[in-house]
Design a protein around this ligand. Structure first.
Ligand code: NDP
Length: 515
């Protein structure tokens, strides 16, 4: 990214002066293109168009909307090389990372929501027999689209974490405005091109390119906001949403712990630790960010992880199979990663491999293994979001759980043991929205399993029923068919009827012993 240049002011951008942002390839430092920063007035215009387009889109029904999602699914696969190239060019990640998540997740999600949306949003009948006042009435819960959904996405997965959230919002019958990260807007623009080619009606899905001010302006014009990014910005988004009085859903940072028990399959655990800490260059909200290993297997585990990580090839992605680890996408991230490593070393940690920024014109940080770490170090407490893996020795899994919970974050965690019953018991003690036993990250592909953070890792969930119901307004319907001319509780109040109602309450609710 992200050279922001001031251009000649243009009318209609909210009086902020039109700016453009240069989009750079983080692996080479080359400027790819520039994109406009939309101002408040332009966002208002997008929102007005989105609002006008929404009823027609809703009227197409689940089948009509699902047809377009299925077309998009095929479009992505037919244009896979182009999709991957665009993601790689602006993020600096490897082709494999782009294929697995940005392409693979999204084609799966297009099919999933096309098929499941109707089931999750179908009218629900609820019983009325258990309430004497409502008895005999028809009670229905209906999920209506909110209208216009705003999605603010981050840079680490320019399609999966941005357009991925638009799919359920669209399938719920909403228009959507997506604000991509300023460093990775091109993937979102490609998704818009795809949706238009696949027959999406005009203005149902629009992209608001820009920076944080664009995101803040968007919140004032939509009916719900879904945000993925840092906990710090998440707080600002929630304040903006409070002012706009709209619901807000946040998927924020994480510091995911991995607990390796002495009876774990050490080879699998070490391979998984190497992969889930380093894939996508460690720039994953559900990355393995810290590892706790029981003493008897600690040395073997550390040796295996270090051997794996020493073999990783890092560099400019030049096609499939060319490198294992790409660039650091977001410029300020380099300093965060390096400061975590330096702080650990200053406090007594040992670097077994890596430990420095890379050289050359691109932005790279060496894959780094840290040991002799403890919770006085930022690498064990703050989100690093880079290719590092700090490993700490523990005496038993209980200590691992205590340390896992010693965090402001609670996004995901994993426990590794052959005793899966014990693994599940430990998992239930960990304060995180998702805990895997003998696995990590793959829960994200289970689209019927909710995913969301506890503590400072977020609010609400994506995936599963709530992953689409959050883009709907609940409307409750009560329908009375046959009824008395006058209900017994209506005017005029009479002592006889009042006491009859009292007796009814006693019969219904007053039986049984008192404690
Ligand atoms: P941010 O949270 O700042 O940015 C995420 C998105 O929010 C971007 O589109 C950004 O726009 C937008 N934004 C920024 N300010 C506002 C605002 N006031 N109102 C509305 N939208 C806004 O993340 P960063 O890019 O700064 O990354 C910082 C840290 O966040 C990382 O170090 C990492 O720890 C964490 N992170 C977590 C992710 C996750 O998946 N949970 C993903 C990415 C980062 P713009 O980019 O144009 O400024």
């Amino acid at each position: 990214m992200a050279s922001v240049s001031q251009q000649s002011p243009v009318q209609g951008n909210g009086g902020t002066g039109t700016t453009t942002i240069g989009v750079e390839n983080p692996a080479t430092g080359e400027l790819i293109t520039t994109i406009p920063v939309l101002g408040a007035n332009e966002i208002a215009e997008l929102a007005a168009r989105a609002r006008a387009a929404q009823p027609g889109w809703e009227a197409m029904g689940f089948e009509g909307r699902g047809r377009i999602m299925r077309r998009a699914q095929k479009w992505m696969l037919d244009n896979a090389d182009r999709v991957i190239d665009v993601v790689v060019s602006e993020s600096g990640k490897t082709h494999e990372d782009a294929q697995l998540a940005d392409l693979g997740y999204t084609v799966s999600a297009l099919g999933f929501w096309a098929k499941e949306a109707e089931k999750y949003l179908a009218d629900e009948r609820v019983p009325s027999w258990n309430n004497p006042v409502a008895a005999g009435k028809k009670l229905i819960i209906r999920y209506a689209p909110v209208g216009v959904a705003g999605i603010i996405g981050p840079w680490n997965y320019p399609i999966a974490n941005s357009f991925g959230d638009c799919i359920p919002a669209l399938m719920a019958g909403n228009s959507v405005i997506l604000k991509p990260s300023e460093v990775t807007p091109l993937s979102s623009l490609l998704m818009q091109e795809m949706m238009v080619e696949c027959g999406l009606p005009p203005d149902v899905f629009q992209i608001a390119t820009g920076d944080g001010t664009t995101g803040a302006a968007l919140i004032r014009h939509v009916d719900v906001i879904m945000f993925t990014g840092s906990s710090r910005t998440g707080r600002s988004v929630m304040k903006e949403a409070a002012d706009a009085l709209i619901p807000c859903y946040l998927e924020l940072g994480g510091k995911d712990p991995m607990i390796v028990c002495r009876d774990a399959d050490i080879e699998r655990a070490a391979n998984a630790a190497s992969f889930y800490s380093m894939n996508n260059g460690g720039q994953v909200c559900i990355s393995v960010e810290r590892v706790y290993v029981e003493e008897p297997v600690y040395d073997a585990f550390v040796q295996k992880v270090t051997d794996n990580i020493k073999q990783l090839r890092q560099g400019v992605p030049a096609g499939v199979g060319s490198v294992d680890i790409g660039a650091v996408t977001f410029p300020p991230q380099m300093d965060i990663i390096d400061s975590h490593v330096r702080d650990a070393v200053d406090k007594g940690a040992k670097v077994l491999t890596g430990g420095h920024p890379g050289t050359g014109s691109g932005r790279f940080y060496e894959p780094t293994v840290l040991v002799d770490v403890d919770h006085s170090m930022t690498c064990m407490k703050d989100e690093t979001f880079g290719p590092t893996i700090p490993i700490m020795k523990i005496k038993d899994p209980e200590e691992g759980v205590r340390l896992a919970n010693d965090s402001e974050y609670g996004l995901q965690a994993s426990v590794w043991t052959k005793d899966v019953r014990r693994g599940e018991e430990l998992a239930r003690q960990i304060q995180a929205g998702v805990v895997c036993v003998n696995d990590a990250q793959v829960n994200y592909t289970a689209l019927n399993l909710p995913m969301g953070g506890w503590k400072e890792s977020g609010l609400g969930t994506r995936h599963g029923a709530n992953g689409i119901r959050k883009y709907a307004k609940i409307q409750s319907l009560l329908v009375t068919r046959r009824a008395l001319k006058r209900e017994p509780f209506m005017f005029p109040y009479r002592a006889k009827r009042t006491m009859m109602l009292r007796r009814m309450f006693n019969v219904l609710y007053g039986r049984g012993k008192r404690d």
